[in-house]
Design a protein around this ligand. Structure first.
Ligand code: ME8
Length: 515
């Protein structure tokens, strides 16, 4: 099981959401190609004060706003070719049951008590902050994230987070890869070591949330703190807490993929809740960085939010996926700009991969009767490139096991570049008359190399890699990693479809000022 964070349903998808979805989809596809039975889940975070306030501002009901946003995110998943197996919406009945069940278990374990809360709350972050963390500007106080905070006093249920510090530290110690990459782990460990305060986990000042069953102790009605509610979505998808459905076996999750701003919630609160509820902990919290448009943080107030669907329509879906996954060192922040995207598309996809496929396959169509060429006597150069392409899945696998799609793609495209050098130096076009057998061998070796590269590429650029495998007449049931070896090599004489270009160059539109 692998998951994305569940986006707040108060606004349309932005590039950060697209990046997270694409990366998680690539990890999920990779594991499927490895032969695993994969559950890939996403969802929508639909409760909380932020939802209630945005809905009021827009003249909608909170549910109406949630429905509108959920439809936008569903469309984003489809457009990006990154559909999940399940979308957990926190207003769904199955999710309410799971959230109440985790609450019941934490309460039964003695970890929930009633007290009065007074403190600084940021509605934008849906989080409390300590006085010491705040900064003051023009008489107003701000959270470390830059969002305004307000003073809140209310009766609240508390979770005994303070009791879990030692247990969490022991878990980080015994599971050194629990939080990856390492530098995010170091921040979390330092935070826990400073000591954890108990956590307020209910609200009485608004009602858009999961109601906590009334108790004789309470004087007002409480709804669940949106993060207890939201984090539980990961279990809702499996039915583990309620024992319902046929996905119970998927819990614990292998990886929760999240952005760097929500590591505390995932690496401290969530495992503490699970320990309290006697539920197994997820294997890994996989943290990615933030994307910036030429170095600026995107936000609605700055007005530079880019619609990922527009980007996909402009550059192409595989092209956008490739750019994100190849360009940004996974775990670090990254920049995107028109120039950077176009450079990647044209250099790697169009020139290196697309051209090689186009040139070799059209030569085969013209000179080898539209069938896989014959393989005659092979030379050292042939063996070398076949060896390189034969080893690529293993090298990329190591990178993907470390959640580095950028490294995996670098390995694959290193071999794409090798294959180009092979093709150019062997000059099959020059052997057409002088040594047709040699020409056939070179074309065979090139086609077989393309096959071995296209198989792992399916995780990243599924449509283009699939189209390339179609052009090589590789059957749908022979496209997993076990098929990337020589045992499943192309069979000489097998008919091939007519070649068609994959990955055209991105050509700049004529701008109005430059006729
Ligand atoms: O945090 N670049 O929702 P969200 C990369 N509802 N990633 C970004 C980003 C950017 N510029 N901006 C946001 C929430 N993200 C909660 C999650 S999970 C139980 C609840 C990432 O819509 C962000 O880090 O603000 C998070 O992983 C995801 O997008 C959703 O962010």
């Amino acid at each position: 099981m692998i998951s994305t964070a569940i986006p707040y349903a108060n606004g349309a998808p932005h590039i950060g959401h697209a990046y997270e979805r694409i990366a998680t989809d690539a990890f999920a596809r990779w594991k499927r190609l490895e032969g695993f039975d994969v559950l890939f889940v996403t969802g929508m975070d639909e409760h909380g004060q932020k939802m209630q306030r945005t809905a009021e501002r827009e003249g909608l009901t909170p549910q109406g706003l949630a429905d509108r946003t959920a439809a936008q995110f569903e469309r984003m998943g489809e457009v990006l070719n990154a559909r999940a197996d399940d979308i957990v919406r926190t207003t769904q009945e199955r999710h309410k049951q799971a959230a109440l069940e985790i609450w019941r278990r934490m309460e039964a374990n003695g970890d929930i008590y009633l007290a009065k809360y007074a403190g600084w709350y940021s509605v934008r972050d849906e989080a409390y902050y300590d006085e010491g963390e705040l900064t003051e500007r023009d008489g107003k106080k701000y959270a470390p994230t830059g969002t305004p905070v307000e003073w809140v006093e209310e009766e609240s249920w508390f979770f005994r987070l303070s009791a879990y510090g030692e247990k969490l530290l022991a878990h980080y110690e015994s599971h050194p890869d629990f939080i990856t990459p390492e530098h995010y782990k170091n921040e979390i460990v330092a935070f826990v070591k400073r000591g954890l305060a108990d956590l307020s986990i209910s609200r009485t000042t608004f009602d858009w949330g999961i109601p906590i069953p009334a108790s004789p102790q309470t004087s007002s009605s409480h709804v669940m703190y949106v993060w207890v509610d939201a984090l539980t979505n990961y279990i809702t998808a499996t039915g583990w807490l309620t024992g319902q459905g046929d996905r119970v076996r998927f819990w614990p999750a292998d990886a929760h993929v999240i952005g760097k701003d929500i590591t505390r919630f995932h690496a401290i609160f969530w495992p503490a809740f699970l320990l309290s509820a006697s539920a197994p902990l997820p294997e890994k919290i996989v943290v990615h960085g933030f994307l910036f448009s030429r170095g600026e943080k995107m936000s609605k107030s700055v007005g530079n939010v880019v619609d990922p669907i527009e980007l996909a329509e402009r550059y192409g879906v595989d092209q956008l996926r490739y750019f994100f996954l190849r360009e940004i060192p996974f775990g670090q922040d990254g920049n995107y700009s028109h120039e950077a995207i176009v450079n990647r598309i044209n250099a790697d996809l169009a020139n290196d991969l697309g051209n090689l496929a186009q040139r070799s396959l059209s030569m085969i169509a013209k000179n080898c009767g539209g069938a896989v060429p014959r393989l005659h006597e092979t030379l050292e150069e042939d063996a070398r490139i076949l060896n390189e392409s034969g080893g690529v899945v293993e090298l990329a696998r190591r990178a993907m096991d470390a959640y580095r799609p950028d490294h995996a793609l670098a390995e694959i495209f290193r071999v794409v570049a090798e294959a180009n050098r092979y093709f150019a130096s062997q000059e099959p076009w020059a052997k057409k008359k002088s040594d047709p057998a040699r020409m056939e061998t070179i074309l065979y070796v090139t086609a077989e190399t393309l096959r071995r590269l296209a198989i792992p590429l399916q995780a990243f650029i599924p449509a283009g890699a699939g189209a390339l495998l179609d052009l090589l007449a590789v059957p749908l049931e022979a496209r997993e990693f076990i098929h990337a070896s020589a045992d499943h090599a192309l069979v000489s004489g097998a008919p091939l479809p007519a070649p068609a270009p994959i990955f055209p160059r991105f050509v700049e539109e004529e701008s109005a000022s430059n006729p």
